[in-house]
Design a protein around this ligand. Structure first.
Ligand code: RFL
Ligand code: PHB
Length: 388
């Protein structure tokens, strides 16, 4: 097979890259390890920054999101037994969209297929070759047959555990890594939302987050041990713990759990995000702890930059935007890293904290709740910094 851009991974990064390239008249093929059903059912992110929601609409994949999503003007912070609201719209004139990542993935897959795009699901033994030269290649097994894709460039969109980043020769990448001494226990439950907007809760027993997916589907998270045993968390214990940590100001509407997961928490960046003809985008290049809700949004920001650079290359032959791809992306990536680390630090209990640290943490929450200047900085980052 031959195409211009070979893309590894059908997550938000790979699918959006293929979609944006198609709109720029550039052909691509996506190679994905999992089945279509698996990709469409994988529950992850829930929050889309305003510019990213606008991009989905402007590029023709936002119609269902516009019908089914919830648009939020702000968030609540819970601490000291009370709720404090941060009004993004009032502070920075922007909003966020609540719409599940798996719904975005469904919409992108449907659009790519309607536009005649090729997504090869359930590909195994995916490997990259010749990324240092002008004719890179992706090899894999698909429907029992050995296949290869000759291309001009490769989009490495295969997430944190993929094969693209490890294909870069030793010594090229510098990695920055930070693991947190806790994870998140996440549940999805069939019941009504306890509030109209998300609640981020600081509590001496640990962080808790209330989020939602729809009028009768809610998402909650609890700070837990990184290797927490889910067997020790029967449903009622989860509800009791959530109710305590969310401030105890009101009872939570309970309902049957449809999912229970443990999510790891880490910060990671690989620099540069490119080598030869391979360009990394999304989680394959960087991971943020979910506290700032930035992961999928960063993936979209990367592929926006990459698709524009590729469009310029095919239009004029100029490669300067491709050469500066990593540098352009990393400016945003590091600001998102900073914000995600800060939100994580603000709301979680750290095992090595001193009584001084805890007092300082509560003072910082109080400062955010009482100062418009402090709240504006949170709001500006949370709704998404401007894209270039
Ligand atoms: P993905 O989604 O991991 O997709 C990578 C794809 O590559 C495939 N793959 C391979 N394909 C071929 N060959 C191989 N060898 C392959 N290896 C892997 C995989 O099957 C998969 O289909 O990466 P991408 O596209 O970069 O997207 C990143 C996002 O998924 C991620 O950053 C977000 O989910 C993070 N995140 C959140 N982001 C937000 O923007 N807002 C949020 O509210 C938010 N909340 C979250 C989150 C992530 C969470 N978890 C579970 C880590 C909440 C949680 C709990
Ligand atoms: C979610 O809805 O899954 C979600 C929302 C906000 C976050 C993290 C996760 O910060």
């Amino acid at each position: 097979m031959r195409t211009r851009i070979g893309i590894v991974g059908a997550g938000p990064a790979g699918l959006m890259l293929s979609h944006l390239l198609h709109r720029a008249g550039i052909e691509s093929i996506v190679v994905e390890a999992r089945s279509r059903q698996y990709c469409e059912a994988r529950i992850r992110a829930g929050l889309i920054e305003q510019w990213a929601a606008d991009m989905l609409v402007e590029t023709g994949v936002g119609a269902r999101m516009q019908r089914e999503s919830m648009v939020h003007d702000g968030i609540h912070m819970a601490f000291g037994g009370a709720l404090h609201r941060i009004d993004f719209h009032k502070l920075v004139g922007k909003r966020v969209t609540i719409y599940g990542q798996q719904e975005v993935v469904k919409d992108l897959i449907a659009q790519r297929l309607a536009d005649g795009g090729q997504i090869l699901f359930e590909a195994s033994d995916v490997a990259l070759h010749g990324i240092d030269g002008r004719n890179p290649k992706i090899t894999f097994t698909h429907e029992g047959r050995a296949q290869e894709i000759d291309c001009d460039f490769i989009g490495g969109c295969d997430g944190f555990h993929g094969v693209c980043r490890p294909s870069i020769p030793d010594g090229v990448l510098t990695t920055y890594d930070r693991e947190y001494p806790f994870g998140w226990l996440g549940i999805l439950a069939k019941t009504t939302p306890v509030a109209d907007e998300l609640i981020y809760a600081y509590h001496p027993r640990g962080f808790a987050l209330f989020s939602m997916r729809g009028p009768t589907l809610v998402r909650y998270y609890l700070q837990c041990a990184p290797d927490e045993n889910l067997d020790l968390w029967p449903d009622e214990k989860i509800w009791d713990e959530l109710e305590t940590r969310l401030g105890g100001t009101r009872p939570l509407p309970r309902g049957p759990l449809v999912e229970k997961i443990i999510a790891p928490m880490r910060s990671f960046v690989a620099e540069p995000m490119q080598h030869g003809r391979l360009f990394l985008a999304g989680d394959s290049a960087h991971i943020v702890p979910p506290t700032g809700a930035k992961g999928m949004n960063l993936a979209f920001a990367d592929v926006r930059v990459l698709s524009r650079a590729l469009a310029e290359f095919y239009r004029s032959g100029a490669s300067d935007l491709l050469e500066s791809y990593s540098q352009t992306c990393l400016r945003r990536v590091w600001k998102a890293q900073r914000f995600s680390w800060w939100m994580t630090r603000l709301f979680h209990q750290f095992p090595d904290e001193t009584p001084f640290d805890k007092k300082r943490q509560v003072a910082e929450l109080d400062y955010l709740a009482s100062s418009e200047v402090a709240a504006t900085s949170l709001a500006e980052n949370y709704v998404g910094l401007p894209v270039e």
